[in-house]
Design a protein around this ligand. Sequence first.
Ligand SMILES: *[C@@H]1O[C@H](CO)[C@@H](O)[C@H](O)[C@H]1NC(C)=O
Ligand SMILES: *[C@@H]1O[C@H](CO)[C@@H](O)[C@H](O)[C@H]1NC(C)=O
Ligand SMILES: [Ca+2]
Ligand SMILES: [Ca+2]
Length: 156
Amino acid sequence: MQFLFLILVLTISISEGGKLGRLQSVAVSGQVKCEGKPAVGVRVDLMESDNNMEESGIIDDDDFMSYAVTDELGNFNMSGSEVEISGIEPYVNIFHKCDDGLSPCQRVLRINIPKSATIWGDTPTELFSIGIFELAGKVIGERRSCAYRNLTSTSI
Ligand SMILES: *[C@@H]1O[C@H](CO)[C@@H](O)[C@H](O)[C@H]1NC(C)=O
Ligand SMILES: *[C@@H]1O[C@H](CO)[C@@H](O)[C@H](O)[C@H]1NC(C)=O
Ligand SMILES: [Ca+2]
Ligand SMILES: [Ca+2]
C-alpha cells in the first residue's frame, strides 16, 4: 500500500510554479479574415480553461499559455504548455476589430481546441489547425475585451 502511494506521488510530481500535475502541451495554427481579406496584426491568445469543477471543486481563472500575432496573410501559429492533473482544455481567444465600427475595445472570438490535439510533455507532435475563420459575422454570446486595444493594426 505504501509502495503504491509512493508511485502515485512520483508520477504526479510538483512542477514549476508549484502546480500539481503533469506537463502537457498543444500547438495550434489558423488563418483569420475580415470580409474576405487577411486580418493582419490580430492578437490571438492560447488559453487553458479552468472554469470547471475537475480540480478539487475550485473554480479559478483560465491560464494564459502563449500568444501570436497574425502575419500579412492573417496566419498564426503557436504552442503552449500547462501543468495539470487532468487533461488540459485549450482554446484560443482572437481579439479583433473586424465589423466593429467605432465601438470601444475589441471583439473576442473564442475557439475551443479538441483534447485530442493535446499531448503529454512539452513538445507537441502535431500542429492543430482551426482552419480559416471569417471574423465579420457576430457569434451568439460573444464577449468584448479592452485588454489589447492598442496592440493591433486592425484595432484602430
Ligand atoms: C509559424 O509562424 C511563423 C511566424 O510567427 C512562421 O515563420 C512559420 O512559417 C509558421 N509555421 C507554420 C507551420 O505555419
Ligand atoms: C492606449 O492608447 C490610449 C490613447 O493613445 C492611451 O491613453 C492608453 O494609455 C493606452 N493604453 C494602453 C494599455 O497602452
Ligand atoms: Ca489550468
Ligand atoms: Ca483546465
